[in-house]
Design a protein around this ligand. Sequence first.
Ligand SMILES: [Zn+2]
Length: 223
Amino acid sequence: MMRSVLAIGAHPDDIELGCGGTLAAHRAAGDAVTMLVITGGQNGPGPVGFRRAEAEAAARNLDCLLRWGPLEDCAVAPDAATVAVIEAAIRDTDADVVYVHAPDDSHQDHRAVAAAAISAARHSRRILHYRSPSTTRFEPSVFVDISAYLNRKIDALACHHSQVENSAMVDPEVVAASARHFGAQARVRYAEAFVPARFVWDLAPPIVAPLSEISGLEARVAV
Ligand SMILES: [Zn+2]
């Protein structure tokens, strides 16, 4: 079953850090994956042009599509404009899985994007919050085994040269240790961890039942 996956991050490298291994696993499963970066990362370490090119390289590395939002770094609000950016991406990709920041985070952009995504994805059946280095409260209950994809995640992060060199947040050793920690919780080697806002398990493909069958079921329930 091919899924359409939308991963949302406030800044270049947020998505790779939070769920890069999971996105690689989705691609290996044949799923379509789009990464939506809400801002250009204007205020992080390093020149903006570099950051755009780095994000493009990382997305190529993970074999995912990349889509840029028009909002300004460090000034994202959980308002109608941000909701509209995410709604448009959900509509265009017909996403049935949405990955986004966790709501409890010390970075205001991360909090705003998490809140806006909850509104924008109100009709989605699967919304999973990932952890960022600045996430505060995070009690995961859904895990993805990324044992086969940890190297892909670290390779994608390495594309963000300006961050790897200038930010202690993007340290491959910490990334591997974190994946090992969540892996122990998940009873696998390496894992990424998620807090579900909503998660409908797709055990079988959705069935479009004829109306007659639905009324038959309702009749049985009524009895
Ligand atoms: Zn960020």
